[in-house]
Design a protein around this ligand. Structure first.
Ligand code: NOJ
Length: 792
């Protein structure tokens, strides 16, 4: 249910257009006498003045005063988060808002569409504004690389800027909040939502979480150019069993606290105003009815003061989880657990009034939830001015999709920095801007797929494909020839799945020719070229919500296409577009170069061409491990130590490994090449012992040993040599991205203190235990220098 709706939510605009124009028409009829001649901002001031203007400077007093004046129905109304779309007819929505029975909406994404809804709210008895939210995950109108790509930049400036611009664009379209960042740790690439997150590592994902929240909210979520961030999905959604979406999660408290919870905490510590609750259960209790999670951990232990929202239909799903036998129980369990707003289901609306009247749910509990919602609106600045982001009709953009509204330069820069060079045999890359390049592949000219999933208000027609990017780069200097070469899949069932609910405008459009004919044509085209650049991978729908996979290789005839192209003997450059690690063994051995482009966004095609031709030098590093095979999963680098580890160079028998295949990942966490090369000195430790409250420094010298300027990421890992509980093989604790000219070297220093060595022990005490620690520094997680110190 949530999958269906949210797949629809990901591309909601066409479906909601008709609904929104009806709304606008209804609004202009309904509010003509009231609003004639009155600027919304003026109406807003009147709102504040007539409701509780004297207390507006004092949030608590203001909110309490309002709650004291609300009826039961109005209170329940504030907890409703309505999905704009077919779920509620336009006229009914206006009626509900005017009656004060809606807290917020999501999926209406222009000022023009949101204005009549807010005007309806200002006509309600207490004139409480509604808020407008949307899934602005990695871009709003301008689409940046998917989050997994942004994380690959290991550049928090890039992550923050992508969120800042996304927030700014969203706010200028009348939005107040975003359901982002998505900071679920994902260690199982079968999970389609891996693409939406920042990878497998607690430290890196936490950094990205913090940077995103700062970006979305700017200096305050009340700013007219900011949106409130809702950190999601709380909690542990990335750990669904088998990587199967919506599946259950069962996890030890130690793993939870040490590995999976830190990114949510980091986002909240950075000031995120909201939390979206996960759809999965956590150790036997759905997150949506999980009192321990939402009250004990989130509120009491972490001190979160913002608002929580359920995920799409999740209160209703408590019935299917089998923890509520009817809607009444579901609503009661959710409100008791600490779910403030109910997203897109009717259980609160239907059940809370009687639950409260009967005393089953204390009014105080309802008031708490209402206070959080009103508090969030206060923090969004909506009580000061409900039209703060909607503005006046006179200042509406003439064309919301105007190219001039896009931030193309920033998107191109982010995309260049987010790609990872996996292979480059015989310095195949960079290519010369001359001769003929054959651009081939099902993703070479796929505008919609450049955007990746959850592409908000992005317009496919505005994204630059690889083909276009190569043509632009070679204009006047060389030639581009093109063939599609293969469909992404040859399985009609898969096509049907990917086009689910999109039959009016299918995303996956099959070339009807037989696979063999397409490959033959591609080989013919390639033979006439000097170099082959082939774009393969997954369509964006394959790395999405509800798009779990049971295999991780290239689908359909893509691999056959690559093999056929290889027979031409021309340099074969593979550009991967995908939202998760793939098992690309043949590609690794046979391609001359592989560039992992992820879904690079609006300016993706230009950015890829910049890298392929050397106008920019690849600097991305993998934020997630690439396995050799599906059977190897999980392959995350920071696994707990074990008693019988495999040791390279020693007999594998009775060690922990898979005997049929080579040990270790295909590409380790933190890996990525450059067009230049780097060397790393041994580690110099400023002292061999670290006192409590002291600090030591690990320094290395990194040198650019090649002939081009380039950036690399120096990574610091720490291993607790002996502890009271089993600790990870190593853990990322710091990183620095450094740009070096040819021959230049730089000393990189990592301060190390007690806080960096802390972990949650068996009693969940956050401690640093005395003893030895190994410090490792490398340009990826697998090849490292090592030194040791002792914590006293
Ligand atoms: C369901 C998804 O799980 C969630 O991430 C998203 O924010 C909501 N739908 C709203 O679109």
């Amino acid at each position: 249910m949530a999958g269906r709706t949210s797949r629809r939510c990901a591309h909601p605009r066409q479906r909601t257009m008709r609904m929104l124009s009806l709304l606008a028409a209804a609004a202009s009829l309904a509010c003509a006498p009231l609003f004639a001649g009155a600027a919304p901002a003026a109406a807003a001031t009147a709102t504040a003045n007539t409701t509780a203007a004297p207390a507006l400077a004092d949030k608590q007093a203001f909110v309490n005063d309002l709650v004291a004046r609300m009826t039961l129905d109005e209170k329940v109304g504030q907890l409703r988060l309505i999905s704009i779309g077919p779920e509620m007819p336009a006229a009914k929505l206006m009626e509900e808002i005017t009656a004060g029975r809606v807290g917020g909406t999501f999926n209406s994404v222009t000022r023009k569409d949101n204005r009549p809804l807010q005007e309806a709210a200002t006509r309600s008895r207490l004139k409480i504004p509604i808020f407008f939210a949307y899934d602005v995950v990695h871009g709003h109108r301008t689409i940046f690389p998917i989050s997994l790509g942004l994380a690959s930049s290991w550049d928090m400036g890039v992550v923050e800027q992508a969120a800042r611009i996304s927030g700014l664009e969203a706010a200028s379209d009348g939005l107040d909040a975003t359901f982002a960042p998505m900071v679920d740790i994902s260690r199982d690439p079968r999970w389609g939502r891996t693409s939406e997150g920042f990878g497998e590592d607690p430290f890196l994902v936490s950094q990205c979480s913090r940077a995103s929240v700062k970006g979305f909210q700017g200096s305050s979520p009340a700013n007219a150019d900011s949106v409130m961030a809702f950190v999601k999905h709380f909690a542990l959604y990335g750990a669904v069993e088998g990587g199967r979406d919506y599946n259950t999660v069962d996890m030890s408290p130690q793993r939870m606290y040490n590995d999976y919870l830190p990114p949510y905490r980091a986002g909240l510590d950075a000031g995120a105003g909201g939390v979206m609750i996960a759809l999965n259960s956590v150790n036997g209790q759905p997150a949506t009815s999980n009192k321990w999670l939402l009250r004990d951990l989130l509120r009491k232990e972490w001190g979160f003061k913002g608002v929580t929202v359920s995920d799409h239909g999740a209160i209703d799903e408590l019935l299917r989880h089998g923890v509520a036998s009817n809607g009444r129980e579901a609503a009661q369990r959710a409100i008791e657990a600490g779910v403030d707003m109910s997203m897109a289901d009717t259980r609160y609306l239907e059940q809370l009034p009687t639950l409260v009247k009967s005393g089953a749910v204390p009014m105080a509990l309802l008031d708490d939830a209402v206070r959080e919602v009103l508090g969030a609106k206060y923090d969004m600045g909506l009580f000061h001015d409900p039209f703060r982001r909607i503005g006046t009709a006179q200042t509406d953009p003439a064309d919301v999709n105007a190219d001039s509204r896009l931030h193309r330069a920033e998107a191109r820069d982010a995309a260049r920095k987010s790609m990872v060079l996996l292979e480059n045999r015989n310095r195949t890359l960079p290519l010369k801007k001359a001769g003929t390049v054959a651009v081939i592949g099902p993703l070479a000219d796929a505008q919609i797929d450049m955007m990746g999933s959850w592409s908000a208000a992005g317009v496919a027609k505005q994204s630059v494909t690889l083909l276009q990017g190569m043509r632009d780069a070679l204009a006047g200097k060389g030639q581009v020839v093109y063939a599609r070469g293969a469909n992404i899949t040859d399985d009609p069932r898969v096509v049907g799945y990917l086009n689910f609910l999109n039959w009016d405008n299918p995303e996956v459009v099959q070339d009807k020719r037989p696979a063999g004919d397409m490959i033959e044509e591609a080989v013919r085209v390639a033979r006439g070229a000097d170099t082959i650049v082939v774009a393969v991978g997954e369509t964006r729908g394959m790395s999405h919500e509800a798009s779990s996979r049971s295999s991780l290789g290239l689908t359909g005839s893509q691999l056959t296409l690559l093999k056929a192209l290889k027979t031409t003997g021309k340099p074969l450059v593979v550009v991967l577009m995908n939202g998760r690690p793939l098992t690309i063994n043949w590609e690794k051995e046979n391609a001359d170069a592989i560039l992992e482009a992820w879904y690079p966004g609006t300016e993706g095609g230009h950015a890829i061409a910049d890298l392929l031709f050397g106008d920019a030098n690849p600097s991305g590093k993998l934020p997630i491990t690439f396995p050799r095979s599906l059977g190897q999963i999980p392959t995350y680098y920071n696994a707990p130590r074990i008693g019988r580890p495999f040791t390279p160079g020693k007999a594998p028998n009775y060690t922990s490994q898979y005997f049929e295949e080579e040990y270790g990942p295909l590409y380790p966490f933190g890996y990525g090449l450059s067009y230049t090369t780097f060397s790393l000195s041994d580690i110099r430790l400023s002292a061999g012992k670290l006192a409590r409250n002291g600090r030591l420094t690990a320094s290395v010298t990194v040198r650019n040993t090649g002939d081009r300027a380039g950036e690399t990421v120096v990574q610091l890992y720490v291993q607790d040599v002996m502890a009271s509980t089993v600790r990870p093989l190593k853990e990322l604790k710091g990183f620095r991205k450094v740009m070096l000219a040819p021959g230049e070297s730089r000393v990189v220093e990592f301060p190390i203190d007690e806080a960096m060595l802390k972990f949650y022990d068996a009693r969940l005490d956050y401690v640093a235990e005395p003893g030895d620690f190994n410090v490792q520094v490398g340009l990826d997680s697998a090849t490292v220098k090592e030194a040791r110190f002792t914590l006293e």
